[in-house]
Structures are given as C-alpha cells and as structure tokens.
Design a protein around this ligand. Structure first.
Ligand SMILES: [Zn+2]
Ligand SMILES: [Zn+2]
Length: 210
C-alpha cells in the first residue's frame, strides 16, 4: 500500500491518499483544500475510485463534494447517526471560520457492523466507533496492518467529546472494546497529529489503559 498523508485546513487534518500497484486509489477524510488534493492525485496519475469519510466534521469532509464532482466517484460513510453533522455543515463552516460549504449527504451510509469494503486492492473492515460523534466509522485494513480511525484515538490522546451528541463513555468503550483488541503492531492513522500503534497506546495512553 502506498500512503501519503496530506494535512488539510487550519486544523491540520490528516487526509490520507492510498493507492495500490495498479495506481487504483482511495482518499480518506478529504477535509478541505480540494484543489491541492486534486492536483496531487493527478500529479501521481492515480485512478481515484472512492472517497471514504470517518465522520461528519467539516475538517474531515469539506472537500468531498468537489472531489466527487471532479472524479465522478462515490462518497462512502460514515454511519447515518452522523447525518445531523452533514445537515449542519454550513453552520459548522461559520462556527469554525472555515470556507463556505453547502450541506450534502454521502452516496452511501455504512452499517454499524458486518461490512467489508473492497476498494482498489484493499479490503477494509468497517468498524462503528461511536463517542466523538455517534456515527463515527473506522476503516481497518488487516492485510496491510493499518487503520484509519479519524478522531477516536490519538498518539497519547483521545477524541473530544464536548460536541452535541458526543459521549465520553461511548468513546472509552469504543477504544477498549473495538480498537485495543486489534493487533499490537496495527498502525493507527489518526485524524490529527502523528501516527501511532495499538500496542503503544495500550501501554502509554493516559486516558485509556490497555
Ligand atoms: Zn472530529
Ligand atoms: Zn478532526
């Protein structure tokens, strides 16, 4: 798997661009700066096949409609419990002082369990990871030992739960019961900041002990 992390917006959100040997690609959490992302995808001569979203916060979804329009691909995820965040995108934009955006919906919401996404030559297990937002989703690629988990677990930290319909107890349960059982070497690409591994967080994370 080829991976390039492209920080976007004033929130330095980690947008992940991944592709295989055939140059089939997916982009995860394109939160803004659509021109920069389009330019990079074209520079690398990638065939973008899907846009994946972990949750409905503006800095994770903001460039999705423009990428969809440009490349003609579907927006997939998160879980429908985040629909109020998508409806509230214009308000989020005003609140955060970011670019203006119209409300949109993904082409496909993801179920709470049992879904595997086959995209490019990757197989993503879809995990429902509520807490930071109620419809938060993680994309786990077991064969390549890498997980894209948005704003749930950070290097030495956990996601904020001071938003409407956030739930701190759910977040802790999500981390303990869904992420920590993954293998210790699993690389976690978090929504912000450096990457980490499950093993490192189980040992050192001050908020959730393994
Ligand atoms: Zn978030
Ligand atoms: Zn974020």
């Amino acid at each position: 798997m080829h991976l390039e992390i492209i920080p976007v917006t004033a929130f330095q959100q980690n947008c992940s661009l991944i592709w295989d040997e055939q140059k089939n690609a997916a982009i995860i959490d394109p939160g803004g700066e659509s021109e920069k992302l389009i330019r990079r995808i074209e520079e690398l001569e990638l065939n973008l096949t899907a846009i994946l979203l972990t949750h409905g916060h503006l800095d994770h979804v903001g460039a999705a409609p423009k990428l969809k329009a440009h490349f003609g691909v579907e927006i997939i995820g998160p879980h429908i419990a985040d629909d109020f965040w998508f409806e509230g995108l214009p308000l989020q934009a005003r609140k955060f002082g970011l670019f203006e955006i119209e409300a949109f919906e993904p082409d496909r919401w993801l179920p709470a369990q049992g879904e595997t996404l086959n995209i490019a030559s990757f197989n993503f297990e879809v995990l429902h990871l509520p807490g930071h937002t109620p419809g938060h989703i993680g994309f786990i690629e077991h064969q390549h030992n890498i997980a894209f988990t948005g704003d749930v677990l950070f290097h030495g930290g956990v996601g904020r739960t001071d938003f409407p319909r956030s739930n701190h107890q759910d977040l802790l349960t999500t981390i303990r019961e869904k992420l920590y059982p993954l293998n210790d070497d699993m690389v976690i690409i978090a929504g912000h900041g450096p990457y980490t591994t499950i093993g490192a967080e189980k040992q050192h994370n001050p908020f959730v002990k393994g």
